[in-house]
Unconditional design. Structure first.
Length: 114
């Protein structure tokens, strides 16, 4: 079993930056992929960014060039968000997929507003 806890959300003005972190605990295997999703009110959850165990990254078109996903260490994955826009407002979730299944965090709210 794995527990994921997101942190770093908050209120920021348009053009600002935030850094989200996803801390994993429990039984973590050496090979796993990490994902960041977001869900805005009234919208479906969407994939924002992913990073494989080998370090390969992928981003949604809407965040390319502004967001950066990274593995800070074995148990922590970050999402650096720059040049934030009002439409980035959402609850952000991290997800881990490893050989024993998939796990989700509880989410952290990001609000971009002037």
């Amino acid at each position: 079993q794995v527990q994921l806890v997101e942190s770093g959300g908050g209120l920021v003005q348009p053009g600002g930056s935030l850094r989200l972190s996803c801390a994993a605990s429990g039984t973590i295997f050496s090979i796993y992929n990490m994902y960041w999703y977001r869900q805005a009110p009234g919208k479906q959850r969407e994939l924002v960014a992913s990073i494989s165990s080998g370090g390969r990254t992928n981003y949604a078109d809407s965040v390319k060039g502004r967001f950066t996903i990274s593995r800070d260490n074995v148990k922590n994955t970050g999402l650096q968000m720059n040049s934030l826009k009002i439409e980035d407002t959402a609850v952000y979730y991290c997800r881990m997929v490893q050989r024993d299944g998939e796990y989700w965090g509880q989410g952290t709210q990001v609000t971009v507003s002037s």
